[in-house]
Design a binder for this molecule. Sequence first.
Ligand code: IPE
Length: 259
Amino acid sequence: MILIKLGGSIITDKTQYRTFRRDTVARLASEIAKSGKKTVIVHGAGSFGHIVAKENDIMNGYKAPEQIPAAARVMADTRELSGMVVEELLKAGIPAVSVPPGSCFVLDEGKLVIDNREVIDRLLDLGIIPVMFGDVCTDRTRRFSIVSGDQIMERLCTMLDPEEVVFVSDIDGLYDHNPKTEKKARMYGRVTKETLKTLDSASDVDDVTGGIRGKIESMLRMTDSKRKCILVNGDVPGRLLSLLKGEIVTCTTAEGGLE
Ligand code: IPE
């Protein structure tokens, strides 16, 4: 089984509130279906989550009663997005169902503490693909908080032991510097824990580098001696399908574990 995250930047226009990129999602759904691979799918919230969550500081938990309708709004919007993603998967012939993370998971201080895996296991046993997503969840300390699609990926990776983990984004791979602002930016074809050491010695350790470190670490956490974690550009038609078929494509592959 391959665990796939469709990032919020690929399934929505992140700058425009509630803008679904239906054609892209339909194409990615058909690429997944054509690969014939068994998958479990997670998606980001994109502009159906981040905009209202940020405006109302949902991430840091309950502070004022006005946040409650905003938290409910985000949960309604992410469910609507997930419904549209699932509709495209169904049209492509993939039997999928949206499973809001709050129906199986509880957070504490923003970290997932409870996972009731029975629902997920029983759906998989039926041959129905559970689709989870970044969302607002209840939190024991903060009362509510945000669980990201990436956190869900890590949890599902531990729970389901997939052969491979794939992040579908709108960039070709991970870069050592911001490719939009720095000419010297180079894309990594492969990252391992050794790559982290080279970041340490980088003379210009800045926010971007810190962000890259975090991304490499989180990809590596999902790898082991057998399992790779790959970042691929879903905006290039056919690239996800080629990757799933085992062909060589432009991407960043993390391997070898973090320990
Ligand atoms: C964010 O989830 C969840 C909310 C803001 C409600 P993600 O972090 O997985 O979403 P993307 O992929 O960045 O859009």
